[in-house]
Every structure is written in structure tokens, then in C-alpha cells.
Ligand binder design. Structure first.
Ligand SMILES: C[S@@+](CC[C@H](N)C(=O)[O-])C[C@H]1O[C@@H](n2cnc3c(N)ncnc32)[C@H](O)[C@@H]1O
Length: 226
């Protein structure tokens, strides 16, 4: 188990607060991103009236899709630890007038999930110090469990595999300081390990699961249900 490091967490919060505007554009407009988000949300198999938590919600790129699924009687809760990301997501909620969507500042590694029907985490687990333990904790709090994880990591198949060196450069240059500078391993390898740990935990713990890759093998989507 890795102990969370407050300095690195603070560095990541500052990074995502400072770059919230740029990140928001990327989160909504990067090629193929909407389709990936739609696929992840669909895997949760949400029903009208459900309560769903978007952990590490960032600037709120999943909120509309989740709200569409749970309907006006359902509840969407976004949680993020970066104040700048939370501000931006809250501004979106206020602009749209969504009364059943709330965005809270909180830590994904210490999350009370009582009353939640499902959890979504997109592009988050690669930033967590011990993703397997965190996903374990989420699953302990969810009954029955419905969870979807969407992440990027190096590709193990064609056509993506030959592009792994380029992917590694992008990860090394764009990773927030707290995830970039405390491992002897290259950041892409750290990312691979964290993503694999989180997804493996989900696949081992949930009674019914699905797993697949997209975007040339760079995007990993796993989901678990009852
Ligand atoms: C790459 S962004 C993804 C944002 C969003 N899920 C999306 O798909 O666009 C990662 C987000 O996770 C948040 N984050 C990282 N570690 C966190 C933690 N321990 N608790 C809460 N939020 C965290 C960051 O502040 C950042 O907004």
C-alpha cells in the first residue's frame, strides 16, 4: 500500500486548478473523447432515479451524460480535489440550471459512498498513489456494485503499440508534477501500473464484468456490476 503524499497531492491540485480552462477544452474536444465517455457511462447501466458519483470529475465533462441517464429524479455528484476544477464544474452546473447535480471538493481516496448506486472514474486512477486499494474501498461502499473505469495507458496491441514511445513522451510532458517526479520509472510505466492495478481490482471483485480497449489499445474501459 502506498501512503498518500500531501505535497504531491497539493501539487496536483494546483496543476489542475491552474490549467482547468485548457483541460476543459481537451476533455470535451479531443478526438474520440465523446465516444469514449458515452461508452463508459453506458456501461454503468444507470436507471432513472439512480444516484451516481463521478469521482475525480475534473471540470465536469461527464456530468451532462450522467444526468441524461439518471433523469430529473436522479442525482449526480461530482467530486474532485482541485479547487479550480470544482469551480469550473460548478459554474457549468449553475449555467445549465441543473438542480439535481452537485459538485463537491473531496478526496477520491477517502470517499463515503453511502447511498450511491454507481461510481464512474474517467482518467483518474493513474493519478492515485494506490489505485487498487482505492477501488477496493469504493467497492466496499457500494452495494450492489456498479462501477466503470476509463483510462489511458500504453497499448499492448496493434495498431497502437508502435506509437507507445510517442505516448510516453506525451505522458512525461503533460503529467501533473505530483505524478511525474517521484518515481525512477518513466511516467508512462507508472501510469500503466496504476491503471492495471485499478482495473484488475474491479475485474476481480465484481460478479459481472466487461473489459475492452479502444483507440488502438490506448483507452481501457472496464465495468463491473451485480
Ligand atoms: C485527468 S483529470 C480527469 C477529469 C475528468 N474525470 C475527466 O474525465 O475529464 C484528473 C482529475 O482527477 C482529480 N484528482 C486526482 N486525484 C484526486 C483525488 N485523490 N481526489 C479527488 N480528485 C482527484 C484532478 O484534480 C483532476 O481534476
Amino acid at each position: 500500500m502506498t501512503t498518500p503524499d500531501p505535497d504531491r497531492a497539493a501539487a496536483a491540485q494546483t496543476f489542475y486548478s491552474r490549467w482547468a480552462g485548457v483541460y476543459d477544452r481537451l476533455a470535451r474536444r479531443a478526438p474520440g473523447i465523446r465516444r469514449l465517455r458515452r461508452a463508459a457511462v453506458a456501461r454503468l447501466d444507470l436507471s432513472p432515479g439512480d444516484t451516481v458519483v463521478d469521482v475525480g470529475c475534473g471540470t465536469g465533462a461527464n456530468l451532462l451524460l450522467l444526468r441524461d441517464r439518471v433523469g430529473p429524479d436522479g442525482t449526480v455528484v461530482g467530486v474532485d480535489f482541485a479547487p479550480g476544477a470544482v469551480r469550473r464544474a460548478r459554474a457549468l452546473v449553475a449555467r445549465e440550471g441543473w438542480t439535481n447535480v452537485a459538485v463537491c471538493r473531496g478526496d477520491a481516496t477517502r470517499l463515503p459512498l453511502d447511498g450511491a448506486d454507481a461510481v464512474l472514474a474517467t482518467f483518474l486512477v493513474g493519478m492515485l498513489p494506490d489505485p487498487a486499494a482505492t477501488v477496493d474501498g469504493w467497492l466496499d461502499g457500494l452495494d450492489p456494485s456498479r462501477i466503470a473505469l476509463l483510462d489511458l495507458a500504453r497499448s499492448h496491441r496493434l495498431p497502437g503499440r508502435p506509437l507507445n514511445p510517442l505516448f510516453g513522451v506525451v505522458v512525461a510532458t503533460t503529467a501533473p508534477p505530483g505524478t511525474r517526479d517521484h518515481h525512477d520509472d518513466p511516467p508512462a510505466r507508472v501510469l500503466d501500473r496504476r491503471v492495471a492495478g485499478a482495473h484488475r481490482t474491479l475485474l476481480e471483485r465484481c460478479p459481472s464484468t466487461s473489459h475492452g480497449t479502444r483507440m488502438g489499445g490506448f483507452a481501457y474501459l472496464s465495468a463491473g456490476g451485480r
